[in-house]
Design a protein around this ligand. Structure first.
Ligand SMILES: NC(=O)c1ccc[n+]([C@@H]2O[C@H](COP(=O)([O-])OP(=O)(O)OC[C@H]3O[C@@H](n4cnc5c(N)ncnc54)[C@H](OP(=O)(O)O)[C@@H]3O)[C@@H](O)[C@H]2O)c1
Length: 342
């Protein structure tokens, strides 16, 4: 019998340990009619994996395989599968049951690497309706960066944000979501300002196409700098990944009738200390974003097949180095994405 290597979360006194483990590999003969058997080749890490690992959201992930994001190859398909065949190169949607249309709160009950086993394992069995073909010519490592960070950036700017060429975008920090947002925004004809705690990362962002950078550590009131950069107009879109500790500056940086995509909790889950009045005063559109549907993922892949975008992979770790990869994520030294190859 084949074995399936996997990492799992194991509860310790305060949070979770990452434990290497194995189980019997799924067999093609056991597939339900609409299921596909995948060999996972690469996964990528998101800040959310740190949240689960360090128990920052009080979520029970005991025994769960981490990471929503992976890419691999289809080994076998069930009898009713029509969209895929063995050999196809695929990834899976963050919410396997959110196919298209409006979000439903029930989708939270099934998220990869949260309530459901994620991708940090040799094999996975997933419904065909959750899978998405990866962009043409992309490696598995590259494609593994897409499901959470890239789809979130795409939905924030395109479906929910309705970004137009010539508009301005402010992305906070240089992590996975923000660097994809920078890359999408540039391809869509926007001007982009990036904030970072690190001048070298700002230089990298500018080399990647950013029009302007501000160090939020040395310039805590970075909104003033963004405001001047827009000639006193404010930015049309803010990719708000910081949460309570950054919202005040984001509200001060946004234009009248601008858009804030409320995405992240890098500064915690608490309430913002700042008054929310600027949102009213500026007639701001505030969109809560939680990744996207399979249809969003597919429309993003179509865009990636039509435009040249190279995902920014900071480092690739081997499967055995998984704990090191999580520690590297926690150090926040990365620019863009961290990948683990299986
Ligand atoms: N709602 C959703 O659908 C969704 C989806 C994906 C992610 N998220 C959330 O979005 C956030 C980002 O996720 P990610 O995976 O892209 O994270 P990540 O790759 O781990 O991003 C880390 C980077 O964030 C930046 N950062 C940290 N604190 C900051 C602050 N106070 N101001 C500005 N930038 C700051 C730092 O950039 P520098 O080193 O350049 O300073 C850091 O390197 C997380 O809170 C995550 O949970 C939400």
């Amino acid at each position: 019998m084949n074995h399936c290597r996997r990492w799992i979360f194991r509860k310790n006194s305060t949070s979770y340990d990452l434990v290497a483990n194995s189980c019997a590999a799924p067999e093609p003969g056991d597939l339900q009619p609409h299921e596909c058997l995948l060999a996972i080749r690469a996964v990528s890490l998101n800040y959310r994996d740190r949240i689960n690992w360090r128990n920052l959201a009080g979520r029970n992930v005991e025994g769960i395989v981490p990471t929503s994001d992976g890419a691999g190859e289809i080994l076998a398909v069930g009898s009713s599968v029509t969209e895929f065949k063995p050999g196809d190169r695929v990834s899976a949607n963050f919410f396997p049951t959110w196919k298209s249309g409006k979000f439903d709160l029930r989708y939270h009950q099934a998220d990869l690497g949260g309530n459901l086993d994620g991708m940090l394992r040799d094999f996975a069995v997933l419904a065909e309706s959750s899978l998405v073909k990866i962009p043409d010519g992309w490696s598995f490592a590259q494609a593994a960066t897409l499901p959470c960070a890239a789809v979130t950036a795409w939905v924030s700017l395109v479906r929910r944000g309705n970004l137009q060429a010539g508009q301005t975008v402010c992305v906070l920090g240089t992590g996975g979501v923000s660097i994809f947002a920078l890359q999408f925004a540039k391809l869509l004809g926007a001007e982009v300002v990036v904030t970072s705690s690190d001048d070298q990362k700002l230089q990298r962002a500018i080399a990647l196409g950013a029009d302007y950078g501000v160090n939020y550590r040395t310039t805590p009131e970075w909104s003033k700098s963004v405001w001047s950069w827009t000639n006193g107009q404010g930015v049309d879109h803010v990719i708000e990944v910081g949460g309570p500790g950054t919202l005040e500056q984001s509200m001060k940086a946004v234009a009248a009738e601008g858009h804030i995509a409320l995405i992240g909790v890098l500064t915690g889950f608490g309430a913002p200390a700042a008054s929310l009045f600027p949102l009213l005063a500026r007639n701001v559109r505030l969109n809560g974003i939680y990744v996207g549907s399979r249809e969003d993922f597919q429309s993003m892949v179509q865009f990636l097949n039509e435009h040249r975008l190279t995902p920014q992979i900071d480092r690739i770790f081997r499967y055995e180095q998984t704990p090191e990869a999580f520690e590297y994520l926690e150090s926040a030294s990365h620019f863009g994405k961290i990948v683990i190859e299986l």
